[in-house]
Design a protein around this ligand. Structure first.
Ligand code: NAD
Length: 309
């Protein structure tokens, strides 16, 4: 059985087009565009790439955006002052603090300083509470994107057995909470779960958010399951790529020519052979994360405009 790909790239573009259309209507009516501020502390190259693509996405959809940078030796107080300044600015609807912060900066204090009304990443304890209590609030972008993908692809959730591997605050826990909200029967697994393969094999919907290249292999997937692979891992070794991707020449060529390729937390050949539907890496969950950040920024704008009307 060959599984069908869930095209996160196409659905991410669809969501972005919907946001762009709403923003165009706002600005055509003479209103200011929604605004997002990204706070970047230090020189982490991956963080720079992520912030760059978020700022570019804003520009292409007509949102206002700005990047506030501080050096890698910034103190907690300096970063808190940046956040306080952004909380007070009217044209900033969403604030994202790019993680990880340098070790001397108190990450918890910084995330808690972001106004819950501007917390488009959904990391503030007030929004975490709202999510758990089924109240309106901001849901972290990756889990929100996963649910949007499942919904738009008409994957049945009510009564489905869902297994989430990973219990991080950013992905595992919120995605499990969202699946529960949609009436799935949810099991959360982690590094100390006994018989992980056996539990995963019970899943109609298997979500892998672990951060370990191709950890979940054939024996973890029930035939016909829907597999959502959140992991992003870099593979540089050609022999390893051959083991993971079988005869996928394009991937092998990538390793030869560019020095690496990306793999998720699920063995690609296992997903292709056993799942009914699956998200590829790259092009699955990743594009949805950024689309939901744009959607959350627009939602923050609308809620703030509603609150001040
Ligand atoms: P994390 O390190 O915070 O959490 C990993 C979780 O996996 C932990 O809860 C841990 O218990 C579990 N785990 C670790 N080893 C395990 C094992 N051997 N068996 C079972 N469970 C195990 O990671 P995270 O922030 O949740 O991210 C997970 C992955 O998703 C990473 O690869 C990350 O890069 C990726 N990610 C992708 C996006 C996206 O937009 N596509 C967004 C966020 C994270």
């Amino acid at each position: 059985m060959a599984g069908q790909m869930l095209d996160g790239k196409a659905i991410g573009s669809q969501i972005q087009a919907e946001v762009a259309e709403k923003v165009a209507r706002l600005t055509a009516a003479g209103r200011r565009p929604p605004g997002l501020a990204a706070v970047l502390v230090g020189e982490n190259p991956a963080s720079r790439v992520y912030v760059g693509s978020k700022v570019r996405a804003c520009a292409s959809l007509g949102l206002y955006s700005e990047r506030v940078e501080r050096p890698s030796d910034a103190t907690t107080e300096e970063v808190l002052a940046v956040v306080a300044g952004l909380n007070a600015r009217d044209e900033v609807d969403g604030i994202l603090v790019q993680l990880p912060l340098p070790p001397q900066v108190d990450e918890k204090a910084v995330l808690e300083a972001v106004s819950p009304a501007k917390d488009v990443d959904g990391f503030h304890p007030v929004n975490v509470g709202n999510l758990v209590l089924d109240r309106p609030g901001f849901v972290p972008c990756t889990p929100a994107g996963i649910l949007e993908l499942l919904r738009r692809c008409s994957v049945p959730l009510q009564g489905a057995r869902a297994v989430v591997v990973g219990r991080s605050h950013i992905v595992g826990k919120p995605v499990a909470t969202l699946l529960l909200r949609e009436h799935a029967t949810v099991t959360i697994c982690h590094s100390r779960t006994a018989d992980l393969a056996g539990v995963c094999r019970e899943a109609d919907i298997l979500v892998a958010a672990i951060g370990k290249a191709a950890l979940l292999t054939h024996e973890f997937i029930r035939p016909g399951a829907v597999v959502v692979d959140v992991g992003i891992n870099r593979v540089t070794d050609l022999e390893e790529a051959r083991r993971l991707f079988g005869g996928d020449e394009a991937r092998l060529a990538q390793v030869r020519e560019k020095g690496s390729t990306l793999v998720g937390d699920v063995l690609p050949t296992a997903m292709w052979e056993k799942a009914s539907r699956y998200t590829p890496v790259p092009g699955g969950v990743g594009p949805l994360t950024i689309a939901m950040l744009m959607a959350n920024t627009l939602a923050a704008y609308e809620r703030r405009a509603g609150a001040s009307a």
